[in-house]
Design a protein around this ligand. Structure first.
Ligand code: HEM
Ligand code: HEM
Length: 275
């Protein structure tokens, strides 16, 4: 198989996989209705309880991040498959501007998580206690049990996915910059500096290294599309009051006395650690 055939194969495999994911989410939703969870939430109004509120900054950063990823996925897919006439220049501009913004916001979010007054990296740390709850949480989402362990603000599956989002963003930025061939850094291009000298040497040429970077960038693009689709599905079905609050549309009712905005270690974590 040559590289062109490999690219066509990737298009086919990921499009099919995406169709499978959509069907799986529809089936999942059907179970939400059959098992009565939908009714309990939407008709009886019994939504999950919350013992903390999320501060404004992560909400704003998430919003910018979300907007950028949507623009990047759309413009990126257009760069690969120009599905309407005459958008080439505009879509490349969109991709190039959004990729800079998304990198800045990513660094900002990491700074916020580790160094700000409200640092919240602990909320994303997967500890032994979280891993111990993995099977129970998975069973809950698969409708095999109605018990959902509460060990921290985010459950273990959320934590794992949010961590994967972070690593994928780094890989996507790395492989994305490796697609830039303009030699504007002392005569070298980002491709030369990121992959040319080692992967290029290994494979025989910087061009070939660029091909592989493009393939990786495209595969990760699909991983984003799949994961974000599931993330959006869950945020639309599991806990709508929380989602509305997260987007600043309607304030969430916080139960318990710990839900203070300025809390460095949120109540969920503090409670879990005190257990
Ligand atoms: C994180 C920073 C990112 C950087 C630095 C970046 C950079 C780039 C660059 C330079 C190109 C080539 C554009 C051209 O040919 O003019 C490209 C293409 C592309 N990007 Fe990105 N990008 C980033 C994020 C993303 C994200 C988040 C997605 C999707 C969720 C994405 C999806 C794509 C796709 C599908 C292509 C077309 C690849 C192909 O032709 O096979 N990019 N990107
Ligand atoms: C496209 C529409 C999106 C919607 C509707 C959405 C919705 C949400 C909601 C409601 C939460 C809060 C969950 C909770 O508090 O339990 C959340 C958190 C989060 N989302 Fe999204 N999201 C979207 C896109 C994305 C994208 C594209 C990414 C990253 C690639 C992402 C990464 C995250 C992360 C890391 C968190 C953890 C909280 C934080 O960052 O402070 N989301 N999302």
């Amino acid at each position: 198989m040559n590289l062109t055939e490999f690219n066509v194969w990737l298009d086919v495999v990921f499009t099919a996989l995406y169709a499978v994911v959509i069907v799986a989410l529809i089936v999942h939703f059907a179970f939400d209705v059959i098992t009565g969870r939908f009714r309990k939430k939407w008709i009886d109004g019994q939504w999950p309880e919350h013992d903390h509120a999320v501060p404004a900054m992560p909400k704003v950063l998430h919003f910018v991040h979300m907007a950028c990823i949507l623009l990047l996925a759309f413009s990126g897919m257009y760069i690969r498959f120009p599905f309407f006439e005459g958008g080439r220049i505009a879509m490349r501009w969109v991709h190039y501007v959004a990729m800079i913004v998304v990198c800045v916001v990513l660094l900002w979010r990491i700074w916020y998580a580790f160094f700000s007054k409200n640092k919240d990296w602990r909320e994303f740390a997967v500890r032994r206690k979280d891993m111990a709850s993995l099977i129970a949480v998975a069973k809950f989402y698969a409708y095999l049990s109605n018990y959902k362990p509460h060990t921290a603000k985010y459950n273990v599956m959320q934590k794992l996915v949010y961590n994967v989002f972070l690593y994928l963003m780094f890989l996507q930025a790395f492989t994305g910059f490796a697609l830039v061939t303009a030699p504007f850094i002392f005569g070298y291009s980002p491709r030369d500096l990121l992959v040319g000298w080692w992967l290029g040497a290994l494979l025989g040429s910087a061009d070939l290294a660029g091909w592989w970077a493009r393939i990786a960038h495209y595969v990760i693009n699909w991983l984003f599309i799949i994961m974000v689709t599931a993330h959006v599905y869950l945020s639309a079905t599991v806990d709508i009051p929380c989602t509305l609050d997260f987007f600043g549309i309607r304030k969430l009712k916080v139960t318990g006395g710990h839900g203070h905005e300025e809390h460095a270690a949120p109540a969920g974590v503090a409670m879990a650690e005190a257990e």
